[in-house]
Design a protein. Structure first.
Length: 212
C-alpha cells in the first residue's frame, strides 16, 4: 500500500532504521534489506537511539558500544550506513527531531522511516506525530499472518488525520529479539547466528550483557 507522492520518485530515497539496537541482530538486517528492495531505496541509514524516552535506561548499553555493533553488523554492505547523530544529541531523542535534521541535511532526498506495523497503533502517542509524517514516508513491516485489513484501515485513518504516507511491507514472523539475546548472554547461552559473527565476538570480547 503506497500513499507517497509520486513526484518524489526522482529523488534519492533513503531508508531510516532507528532503534535502540541493544544489540542489533539479524532480524534488523533482514528487515532493512527487504525494505530496501521492496521500496527501491538507494540507501539504508541505521541510527541507534541516544536516550530513548520510552524505554527503561538501566538495561540500555552505552551509545558508543551500540553504534560500534551496528557498524560491525553492516560491514561489507555498500548500501548500509550508520549514524551516531542521536547518540551525540543531548537529552531525550525524538523521531520527529531526527527526521527533520536528516531532511535539512539531505534536501534532495526523500526519507522512508522503517518500523514495525504494530507501531501504527501507538505512533499517535509519539512526540509530534504530524512532524514525523510530514518529514517522511513510513514503511510499516507487517508480520506474515498479521491482520492486514485492520492495518490498511489504520493507514487510512492516519492519512486522513495527518496526511501520512504509509507503505505496508509483508515480512516473515521472527521469534528473535534483543531482549532474548541479552538474556541468553547473561545465562551463558550461545547467540551464534542470532547476530553477525563480528557482533557476537564484540559482545564476548567486551564482556557485554553478562549481568542483567
Amino acid at each position: 500500500m503506497e500513499t507517497a507522492d509520486a513526484s518524489n520518485s526522482t529523488k534519492k530515497k533513503i531508508g531510516i532504521m532507528g532503534g535502540t539496537f541493544n544489540p542489533i541482530h539479524v532480524g534488523h538486517l533482514m528487515l532493512a534489506q527487504w525494505a530496501m528492495e521492496d521500496a527501491e531505496l538507494d540507501q539504508i541509514l541505521f541510527i541507534p537511539a541516544g536516550c530513548p524516552y520510552m524505554k527503561e535506561k538501566s538495561h540500555v548499553l552505552d551509545g558508543k558500544d551500540r553504534l560500534k555493533m551496528v557498524e560491525l553488523a553492516i560491514e561489507g554492505n555498500p548500501y548500509f550506513a550508520a549514524s551516531g547523530m542521536e547518540i551525540v544529541r543531548e537529552g531525550y531523542t525524538y523521531t520527529c527531531d531526527t527526521l527533520e535534521q536528516l531532511q535539512a541535511e539531505n534536501k534532495n532526498a526523500s526519507l522512508y522511516f522503517i518500523m514495525g506495523a504494530d507501531c501504527l497503533y501507538s505512533i499517535e502517542k509519539w512526540k509530534d506525530p504530524e512532524r514525523i509524517f510530514k518529514a517522511c514516508t513510513v514503511i510499516a513491516a507487517a508480520r506474515n499472518g498479521s491482520p492486514i485489513e485492520e492495518m490498511k484501515k489504520k493507514c487510512l485513518e492516519l492519512k486522513e488525520k495527518f496526511g501520512a504516507g504509509i507503505r505496508l511491507l509483508q515480512f516473515p514472523a521472527m521469534e528473535l529479539s534483543s531482549t532474548n539475546i541479552r538474556e541468553r548472554v547473561a545465562n551463558l547461552q550461545s547467540i551464534r547466528y542470532m547476530v553477525p559473527e563480528n557482533v557476537r565476538a564484540y559482545i564476548s570480547d567486551n564482556h557485554l550483557y553478562q549481568m542483567l
